[in-house]
Write a protein that binds this ligand. Structure first.
Ligand code: ZN
Length: 102
């Protein structure tokens, strides 16, 4: 039987750099990647954050610094309180950060 972690690692390209977005290759729901963790379906980017970075504090949301909802690159993720996330989202409407093609 394949472990949850092994299954997770097959759902994105592992040869991408830290700067690039890591698009989720598994199921997508409302633009966000979703992943079955063996118990229930969870957000792929939250699973990635906990896998690579550590536990997400209670009542924290994991924000995409790259604004790419299907990205699961832990370097592009930041655990913040919901109010910070909403403030950032409001700010991003004014100053939209875009990935430049390389
Ligand atoms: Zn990204």
């Amino acid at each position: 039987m394949i472990s949850v972690k092994t299954r997770f690692l097959t759902k994105f390209e592992s040869n991408l750099s830290d700067e690039e977005c890591w698009p989720w290759k598994g199921q997508i729901k409302n633009e966000y990647g979703v992943f079955y963790n063996g118990i229930k379906q969870v957000s792929a980017h939250r699973f990635s954050y906990e896998y690579f970075v550590g536990p997400i504090p209670e009542n924290f949301t994991v924000d995409h610094l790259c604004y790419n909802k299907s990205c699961i690159n832990p370097f592009h993720l930041d655990a913040v309180t919901l109010s910070t996330n909403i403030q950032r989202a409001a700010l991003s409407r004014k100053t939209v950060l875009k990935h430049r093609p390389r």
